[in-house]
Design a protein around this ligand. Structure first.
Ligand code: MN3
Length: 260
């Protein structure tokens, strides 16, 4: 083989280095806890928020079981988080186990396009994906430092939409009381970007109907029965003592970012 001149060698070495550098940039970056920006862009969910990954993981409670005693007893919190929420997570993962194409999509993406889910696991994904998402939001929108009047932009929006915070509470509690059987009562940002109180059956998330959940209360009996028995209305009243307005305000801002 002909000896290469020094400039040619240098050129080849430089070329090899460049190829190596470009190849390295093709290697996908390791996954981190924070959702990758491209994951949010690829999702059919229109709202930029922290998306829930699959395979799902049970998030730890952000406070002690007894921290919300102003509204909810420790034993209810323990069962609700460790048993009920854990079961939704496990059931969702089991359903997705045979569908590698679905595994890895966010829970929000799965729920917002249920028609795309194979029929044999559609109801399981709807119930357990919804259960996982609803409860993850629920733990976050409550706090031991919660209660009192709303703050920030959500306070103004509630007043504009419902006339006053007291009127909003009344309508929210009525919707929660009137929800027959198991389900949730929500404050959502609807299709028009307006605030609206809605209720959903079972573990249905408002996301299924294209609405963004800003706050919601769980009116399944498992959420209140140990302490309140059949007095759902009393649970709904006391629940306001632990409502975490800073987090609800953050969720409202996510919703308004989308609609403006
Ligand atoms: Mn529940």
């Amino acid at each position: 083989m002909k000896r290469l001149t020094r400039p040619v060698k240098f050129l080849l070495c430089s070329l090899a280095a460049l190829v190596l550098l470009l190849a390295c940039q093709q290697v996908p970056q390791a996954q981190t806890d924070a959702p990758a920006p491209n994951q949010a862009e690829a999702s059919p969910i229109a709202f930029p928020d922290r998306l829930l990954a699959t395979p799902a993981e049970l998030p730890p409670l952000p406070y002690d079981y007894a921290a919300l005693e102003a509204a909810i007893d420790a034993e209810t919190m323990r069962l609700h988080h460790d048993k009920h929420h854990a079961a939704y997570v496990n059931n969702l993962n089991e359903a997705l186990a045979d569908y590698p194409d679905l595994r890895g999509q966010s829970v929000e993406a799965l729920l917002s396009d249920l028609d795309a889910i194979p029929e044999d696991i559609r109801t399981t994904v709807r119930n357990n994906g919804g259960g996982h998402l609803n409860h993850t939001i629920f733990w976050q929108i409550m706090s031991p430092e919660g209660g009192g009047e709303p703050t920030g932009e959500i306070a103004q929006a509630i007043e504009q939409t419902f006339g006053s915070f007291a009127e909003f509470q009344t309508q929210f509690n009525e919707a929660g009381s009137d929800r027959f059987g198991s389900g949730w009562v929500w404050l959502v940002s609807n299709d028009d970007g307006d605030l609206e109180i809605v209720d959903t059956a079972n573990q249905d998330s408002p996301i299924i109907d294209g609405q963004y959940p800003i706050m919601g209360n769980d009116v399944w009996e498992h959420a209140y029965y140990l302490r309140y028995q059949n007095e759902r209305g009393e649970y709904l009243e006391n629940w306001w003592n632990v409502v975490n307005w800073p987090e609800i305000n953050r969720r409202y801002q996510v919703a308004t970012q989308q609609t403006t």
